[in-house]
Design a protein around this ligand. Structure first.
Ligand SMILES: Cc1cc2nc3c(=O)[nH]c(=O)nc-3n(C[C@H](O)[C@H](O)[C@H](O)COP(=O)(O)OP(=O)(O)OC[C@H]3O[C@@H](n4cnc5c(N)ncnc54)[C@H](O)[C@@H]3O)c2cc1C
Length: 318
């Protein structure tokens, strides 16, 4: 048994810095690290971690993630299996494939409605996990089914769209850590090429104009607040709230900006001047700098608006 364990552990790299595997460019090392280049290798690595009672973490593109400065004392398994095929209006893709690659590949096939996803970094697995997207389109709208490895009983399962329990930046995979995403089938609409091109340009330009894409970040730190603000004094001071109340969705960036937090710095991290819901790494940011700013934002927004903001990003090693 001990021999077997040693054999398994030999497959893993040791002490790998996770910094370069995240878009934040922040974080300490993983005790063990494994690049899963095929679905079979991926499942083997997960089973091995279970057998060794080693905590493990599935890493996609690391674009929605803050890794602690001390790193992670377990096994990080990075998804690098990338099989992909298109048949008429359906796409089969493995979970390690970058979302941007899918979006690019279908663009030329007159398959539309993916413009909203253009410019979202990360992998298909990460996107399904967090039901990534925009206000108008998220994975919920295009996923037909997901192939899952269930750690409970080590079984392969198929989840239909409704089994995934997609809601705003949520899915069953966020709630049940025993469910690991292996691949998915996406169903798209036929669309005219010129409409697709226009749609892409519009969304990419919007991102360029509103997001600090020149500096490392993890995208939106907080989810929008899903609810209304009804306090009379606040409605008077911030009339835009009436409009947001209609959709029961108040952008976190708006709330943060109204607390005058844009540009606030801690160490090497800063609340973006361009988009208040982005924290950017100015070069040498530590996870503790980001955590400080997250706490500051939560406290100020709670004090001013009575709202408990919920983080959208995931945390590893805290
Ligand atoms: C500049 C910028 C803009 C962004 N814009 C948007 C946007 O418009 N909309 C949006 O929704 N998000 C946005 N994001 C956030 C991020 O890109 C998405 O959340 C993305 O889908 C995360 O995918 P990932 O592969 O990087 O996941 P990671 O960050 O690697 O992981 C996120 C979580 O998913 C889990 N996970 C990953 N793969 C699997 C798997 N195969 N099985 C089970 N769990 C898995 C991880 O364990 C982790 O808990 C943006 C980020 C940046 C940096």
């Amino acid at each position: 048994m001990e021999n077997n364990k040693a054999k398994i552990i030999k497959k893993f790299q040791k002490g790998i810095s996770l910094k370069k595997y995240t878009t934040f460019l922040i974080g300490g090392p993983a005790r063990y690290f494994y690049l899963a280049k095929t679905k079979a290798d991926f499942i083997e690595a997960i089973k091995s971690a279970k057998e060794l009672q080693l905590p493990f973490f599935i890493l996609g593109g690391g674009s929605n993630l803050l890794v602690s400065d001390k790193g992670f004392l377990g096994l990080v398994i990075k998804t690098l299996f990338l099989k992909f095929s298109i048949q008429r209006d359906k796409i089969y893709a493995e979970s390690g494939i970058p979302l941007s690659l899918i979006v690019q590949k279908v663009k030329g096939k007159k398959l539309g409605n993916l413009g909203h996803l253009a410019g979202i970094p990360g992998t298909l697995g990460g996107a399904i996990y967090g039901n990534a997207g925009t206000k108008k389109l998220s994975m919920k709208n295009i996923i037909e089914r997901v192939e899952v490895f269930d750690l409970k009983g080590n079984k392969l399962k198929i989840f239909r769209n409704k089994d995934c329990h997609f809601t705003y930046r949520e899915s069953i995979f966020k709630k049940k850590k025993n469910l690991i995403i292996l691949s998915a089938v996406l169903k798209l609409k036929k669309e005219k090429s010129n409409k697709i091109e226009k749609d892409f340009k519009k969304h990419l330009n919007y991102r360029k104009n509103t997001q600090p894409l020149n500096l490392p970040s993890a995208g939106s730190i907080f989810k929008s607040y899903q609810g209304k603000i009804l306090k009379k004094n606040l409605l008077k001071e911030f009339p835009e709230l009436k409009e947001f109340n209609k959709n029961k969705m108040i952008p976190a960036g708006y709330l943060i900006e109204k607390c005058n937090l844009k540009g606030k710095k801690s160490g090497g991290a800063r609340i973006s001047e361009k988009h208040a819901n982005f924290i950017v790494n100015l070069g040498k940011a530590k996870a503790k700098d980001v955590v400080f700013l997250i706490k500051l934002i939560k406290n100020k927004v709670k004090k001013k608006f009575g709202i408990e903001l919920e983080t959208e990003i995931q945390f590893l090693g805290f």
